[in-house]
Design a protein. Structure first.
Length: 325
């Protein structure tokens, strides 16, 4: 039974890898891609989503540009990490064979209304999700669940000492979602996504594969790898978003716990997710927080889904890489 999903994202290099994984996964029926301002403004993200869809010959999937600015904060984007074009400064030609629609929030609501059992995989700030809940919580509550890449439990922040980028960009949206949620939500935070690293070994394997798809990935991650080395002396790059897609498809990949989670919306800790795992506040749990991941198993799924024709070579490199990630 294929699972119907809307992927809300801010492509973005790792968002693009997540879209590729989703498009290469027969378990998923992608009813649409909605973009939100985060790594890059929502419209640029939509243009990038079209580039990924064209690469995979899937321009049948509709793309909707969504909220351009956070609920309250000024928009802060991440071109320093993802390049001015959001795809590693590759500046690929724009896709003319498909149009970008407006009205991501209305698309999310109308699709939830129309379709039976649809889920949302959110890979960027939660602005679109919050706006949809604000507009029509009753309809939104017919959705199955949200799997959101964002936040952090014990792991340090990636855009402040304590905050993860998606939730830091629009903490008020996160607050609204956490405060009004009526459906299950899984928080795929930095505690698990930091374990997912495309190491030089894997990147060299992609280069050796030398296919149109592997060349696309090698090209868009170059800028991202340079950022990781400059910023944190990591060799390779952390690919956060694909884990949210993989976890949505295979819940054995990660484990976690139910908890009440709140988010800081002002001051030095703005965007920090406060995970009340000790139940100090005596609130009902509103989220399933992931804190452990089988990173090796993820990489096997990710690489073999994208490149089934190289399954043997992938197994070879995975064996060598077993103890690094
Ligand atoms: O903090 C990592 C997250 O922020 C990822 O989703 C990345 O694409 C950016 O949106
Ligand atoms: Ca993202």
């Amino acid at each position: 039974m294929r699972k119907k999903v809307i992927i809300d994202c801010d492509p973005g290099i790792d968002d693009s890898l997540a879209l590729i994984l989703a498009l290469k996964s027969p378990e998923l029926e992608i009813l649409g891609i909605t973009t939100v301002s985060g790594n890059v403004p929502a419209l640029q993200g939509a243009k990038n989503a079209l580039k990924v869809l064209k690469l995979l010959n899937r321009l049948d999937v509709p793309v909707y540009a969504g909220e351009e600015v956070p609920l309250v904060r000024e928009l802060v984007t991440a071109e320093d990490t993802h390049g001015d074009d959001g795809l590693g400064a590759t500046f690929m030609s724009e896709v003319s064979e498909a149009i970008i629609k407006n009205g991501a929030v209305d698309f999310i609501l109308s699709t939830i209304e129309k379709e039976e059992s649809i889920s949302i995989i959110a890979l960027g700030p939660l602005t679109n999700i919050a706006r949809a809940m604000e507009k029509d919580l009753q309809t939104f509550s017919k959705a199955q669940e949200i799997v959101s890449m964002g936040g952090t439990f014990k792991s340090h922040g990636n855009c402040s000492p304590v905050a993860e980028f998606n939730y830091w960009v629009d903490p008020h949206a996160v607050k609204y979602v956490f405060d009004h949620l009526t459906i299950p939500m899984a928080m795929v935070g930095l505690d698990v996504t930091r374990e997912i690293v495309l190491t030089p070994n894997y990147i060299e394997l992609l280069r050796q594969m030398n296919t149109e798809l592997s060349r696309f990935i090698v090209d868009i991650i170059r800028f991202y790898v340079d950022f990781h080395w400059k910023q944190e002396r990591t060799l390779g790059c952390v690919i956060n978003d694909p884990l949210a897609v993989a976890y949505f498809m295979d819940r054995t990949l990660c484990s976690g716990f139910d908890s009440y989670v709140d988010v800081v919306t002002e001051g030095i800790a703005i965007g920090q997710t406060v995970v009340d795992c000790g139940n100090f506040y005596k609130h009902k749990s509103n989220c399933f927080v992931l804190d452990k991941v089988q990173s090796h198993k993820f990489m096997e799924i990710f690489l073999t889904r994208l490149f089934p024709e190289f399954t043997e070579d992938i197994a070879l490199v995975l064996k060598d890489n077993k103890y690094s990630y």
